[in-house]
Write a protein that binds this ligand. Sequence first.
Ligand code: G6P
Length: 467
Amino acid sequence: MGRLIVVSNRVSAPTDPAAGSAGGLAMALSAALRKYDGLWFGWSGETVDHFTGEAKIEDRAGVTVALVDLESQDVDEYYNGYANKTLWPLFHHRVDLTTYERSYGEGYERVNRRFAEVLAPMIEPDDIIWVHDYHLIPMARDLRRLGITNRIGFFLHTPWPARQLLVTLPHHRRLVESLFAYDLVGFHTREWLDLFTDYVVTEARGDVTGENGLECFGRVVQTGVYPIGIDVEGFIAAGDSALGRRTYDRMMSSTAFRSLLVGVDRLDYSKGLEQRLVGYEQFLADNPDMRSQVLLLQVTPISRDEVDSYQDIRGRLDSLAGRINGAYAEMDWQPIRYLNRTYRRDQLAGIYRAARVGLVTPLRDGMNLVAKEYVAAQDPANPGVLILSRFAGAAEQMGEALLVNPFSREELSEAIKQALTMPLAERIRKWKALMQVVRDTDVSIWRDDFVGALKAVKIVGDGGAPF
Ligand code: G6P
């Protein structure tokens, strides 16, 4: 049986899986790579003066990783540029933040080509290749041009944008056409797949073919919906670990019988953090009697801080959190604890369990795994309530959460009040339904479904032929 080759911009295989910093996705892919004797290929995170055309091979806890250094111009144009100033905002419906710079597109194409050139000689005939996320959409096309005919699948971890927005991207057809060099293209939700299909059919004049196929640009690609999940047992065990329990106890004593609301998000404008704080402020204004009984812990690690829009939102959040605390705090209480740092998985599990309300309110999100982690961490006898944006991919499955429109401060305020006053029986009923969804979408199911479907794709016509 052939190997599995995973390709992603960031190679997150943990050096020490016991250290607790790796997420569920990294653990699940690492486990598959151990099982299939595979390889994880991507950017090292390092820059060099001159691109060497070679990968550094390392062993990380039994997983072979192949890491490529990039030149700083590559990082500026490909990672900070096209990936994070062009595709990320566009795919998250923020055309107002999207930069359309020709040099970024050129850097993106160059880095994809470079990655393909380094990876191609490592590929053996029976290998299957799984490419991840918006950084690497053209990878399969570049591999095909180098004569690679293996099965190649692509999974998008972000939303797919509406056609009316995608066409604002110069060379949008070229980007979509390159997806037709894959054998299988997967999305988290039916909504993202429908938007992709709409572009192909309406803009590119393609056709739906067979049960899950699309035909366009003279090629056929299979598509599918594969909702990602978390490592459920691993996350529950993390909460039960000594550090998980200690963190829970510490949170409970530091909240001093107040109800804790928790949010955990990278510092990203797609996460709706400003709107969340404004909604919480509205709740404080609407419910003076409940004020000193609540506390919001917002854990927000800094992210992509070389990009202007990320620096801007960071400044706005600093001032908003400061303003709300300044306006509402008492000598012995402040409404918001705002932290720019990360926590280990076991600590997060302890924090989530201590929180009566989980706030997951992105303006747009591919899936959002915090929603699933929050549910998995709850005490079944006294579970908290998940407030979830209807614009997160997770909302397609997690309808038992309190679904909100994160753009409305009044709706957020009302949902917080409803969550805090929800009777125990209703909390338990909702939690059970949500926990079933979390179990049914375990990350290992997601991984095995995608890899199984990629292996099963019937290659039609000249699939795999050079582009
Ligand atoms: C999102 C993307 C991932 C990315 C992660 C962290 O989840 O879908 O591909 O790795 O954000 O962002 P970063 O730019 O730090 O890799």
